[in-house]
Write a protein that binds this ligand. Structure first.
Ligand code: C2E
Ligand code: CA
Ligand code: CA
Length: 313
């Protein structure tokens, strides 16, 4: 049997004063060695940039954990509308972090960092609690939430959703869980089996950002999904890109046979709406129909027209 060894090294006591420091730095050097070339040796060296990044990571980790503890993780709601009435069929919940100075951080400032620092499962868990609470409080609401690949692979998250949904009857049917293509291609048979079994509780599964990864049409046969969301990059190309047009129409045809709904994301103009509709999309979201807003703002417009908040078609 041929064996290849990658080695990470640190010079103690010069670059590591404690056993913990020596272990974490050799691990860092080992990761670098593996990334460079398997079977190589890498010695840890001080690096000003990396140190600065590490300090930033520690600060951001602290900020996210504090925000979780102080209940400053909140949701913004973006409408997803139907073809005919343009009324919301459901709202997508997008994570936001209220800051101490009154500002608000958006998902792209939170999610990638939380993913990198290993905190995304905590964030996604809080979002799940918030969404289930809102669904239980608003019997008319239908909501979707996003989970990152790490969360999808986490049995604890699936155990939480199961117990929350069992504790709140009538909620599961109004919940959609959006998973990404990456998960679809990486999921183990065990995770897929669990997904399929839990879908029996009544919630729907959407495949998000379709077309951006490596997920081919054949995955639609094996994955337990109820809807597919086409990434904005395709929607905005429908106007002048023949390949995008054929891609969306073919997807819509396959989906219709399998009872899968196609959602067009990021629709910004009437022209994009018309083209997506003609290609076979049945649900639409984007700035044309409404931006993500906090619940108070939906509540305000709903009160003005005396319909319940988060009312859906
Ligand atoms: P996504 O799931 O694809 O969500 C849609 C994103 O597109 C949202 O950005 C939304 O504001 C934006 N968008 C909606 N309509 C339009 C449009 O017409 N034009 C353009 N240019 N953009 C539009 P946001 O809120 O910044 O979210 C970014 C990503 O962060 C989401 O992409 C999702 O992948 C991730 N995310 C959001 N919330 C969560 C969460 O609770 N957990 C996890 N794991 N990820 C989340
Ligand atoms: Ca999404
Ligand atoms: Ca998306």
């Amino acid at each position: 049997m041929a064996v290849t060894a990658s080695i990470g090294a640190v010079s103690a006591l010069r670059h590591a004063r404690t056993a913990e420091e020596a272990m974490s730095r050799t691990q860092e050097a080992l990761d670098l060695a593996k990334a460079r070339r398997r079977g190589s040796l890498m010695a840890w060296r001080p690096n000003v940039e990396r140190e600065a990044q590490r300090r930033v990571n520690i600060r951001v980790t602290d900020e996210i954990v504090t925000a979780l503890n102080e209940r400053r993780i909140v949701m913004a709601y973006e409408p997803v509308v139907t073809t005919v009435t343009r009324e919301p069929a459901f709202h997508e919940c997008l994570v936001r972090m209220r800051q101490e100075d009154g500002g608000c951080l958006l998902s792209p400032d939170i999610v990638p960092v939380a993913e990198k620092l290993g905190l995304i499962r905590l964030v996604d868990h809080r979002v799940l609690e918030l969404v289930v609470t809102e669904l239980a409080a608003s019997p008319q609401a239908r909501l979707s939430l996003n989970i990152s690949p790490d969360t999808t692979m986490d049995p604890d998250w699936w155990a939480s959703i199961e117990s929350l949904l069992r504790a709140h009857p009538g909620v599961a049917e109004r919940l959609i869980v959006e998973i990404t293509e990456t998960v679809a291609t990486a999921a183990t048979p065990e995770i897929l089996g669990r997904l399929e079994a839990l879908r029996g509780l009544g919630f729907h599964i959407a495949l998000d950002d379709f077309g951006t990864g490596h997920c081919g049409f054949n995955y639609l046969k094996t994955l337990p999904v109820d809807s597919v969301k086409i990434d904005r990059s395709y929607v905005s190309s429908l106007i002048n890109d023949r390949v995008a047009q054929i891609f969306v129409s073919a997807l819509a045809q396959i989906a219709s046979i399998q009872d899968i709904t196609i959602v067009a994301e990021g629709v910004e103009t009437e022209e994009e709406f018309a083209l997506a509709k003609a290609a076979g999309c049945r649900r639409f979201q984007g700035y044309l129909f409404g931006r993500p807003v906090p619940l108070e703002e939906i509540g305000a417009s709903a009160r003005a027209s005396s319909v319940p908040r988060l009312l859906t078609a």
